[in-house]
Design a binder for this molecule. Structure first.
Ligand SMILES: C[S@@+](CC[C@H](N)C(=O)[O-])C[C@H]1O[C@@H](n2cnc3c(N)ncnc32)[C@H](O)[C@@H]1O
Length: 184
C-alpha cells in the first residue's frame, strides 16, 4: 500500500464511529483475503465514506480486479469518490447509488462475483444474501460485518447461510464479528 492510501485510512479511522466503518483489523483482513485468493470481481453493499472500499480497491490493484460498491446516501458516496480519487484508485471502483437490493436484482443480474462484502442495513442481510447467492461464483466468498455487534438483527441471515448446503461458514473473532462463507 502506498503512503498516501495508508495516511488517508489512518485519517478516516479518527471518524470511524460517525461513518460506521469496519475496524482497521477487518479492513486489513479483507485486503489480505483478496490478495491470497486472487479475487477480481468484488461487490460491496454499504460504501459509506469509502473506508473499507479503500482497503478493497488497494488490494484489487494487486489482483488487477474491480470493485462495485453500493450506497444510498449521496453525501457519503461523494466522500468515498473523493478519497478513492485522491488515492489514485478510481479505475478500480464503480460506484452505484440507490437501494442495494434493487440494484443487485435489476442492474447486476449478469455479474459473477469472487467476493461479496455485506455491510449495509443489518435487517436486510437475509434479503441481500438471497439476492447475491446466484451471482457468487463457486469457490467465491461472502463476508458480512456486525455479526456479533448486531446479533439479533442479522440472525435470520446467519441461520440461513449456516444451514445452507452450498456454504461453509465461520464467524471470525474480529471487532464486531465478521462472517466468512465459502461457496462450495
Ligand atoms: C456500516 S456502513 C458501511 C461502512 C463501510 N463498509 C466501511 O466500512 O467503510 C453502512 C452504509 O450502508 C448504507 N446503507 C444502509 N442500507 C442500505 C441499503 N439498503 N442500500 C444502500 N445503502 C445502504 C448506509 O447509508 C451506510 O452508509
Amino acid at each position: 500500500m502506498d503512503s498516501k492510501t495508508s495516511a488517508i485510512l489512518a485519517d478516516l479511522e479518527k471518524t470511524a464511529e460517525d461513518f460506521w466503518n469496519v475496524s482497521h483489523q477487518t479492513g486489513n483482513f479483507i485486503s489480505m483475503l483478496i490478495k491470497a485468493t486472487g479475487a477480481k470481481n468484488v461487490l460491496e453493499l454499504g460504501t459509506s465514506n469509502g473506508y473499507s472500499g479503500l482497503w478493497i480497491a488497494d488490494a484489487l490493484q494487486y489482483t488487477n480486479g474491480h470493485l462495485t460498491t453500493i450506497e444510498f446516501w449521496e453525501k457519503r458516496q461523494c466522500l468515498a469518490r473523493e478519497y478513492i480519487n485522491q488515492c489514485g484508485l478510481s479505475d478500480y471502483v464503480t460506484f452505484k447509488i440507490g437501494q442495494a437490493y434493487d440494484i443487485i436484482t435489476t442492474e447486476l443480474t449478469e455479474e459473477k462475483y469472487d467476493l461479496v462484502f455485506i455491510d449495509a442495513n443489518k435487517q436486510e442481510y437475509i434479503k441481500f444474501f438471497e439476492a447475491v447467492h446466484p451471482l457468487l461464483k463457486k469457490g467465491g466468498i461472502i463476508l458480512a460485518d456486525n455479526i456479533t455487534s448486531h446479533a439479533s438483527k442479522v440472525k435470520p441471515f446467519v441461520d440461513a447461510i449456516s444451514n445452507h448446503k452450498e456454504y461453509q461458514v465461520q464467524v471470525l473473532d474480529l471487532p464486531d464479528g465478521l462472517l466468512m462463507a465459502y461457496k462450495l
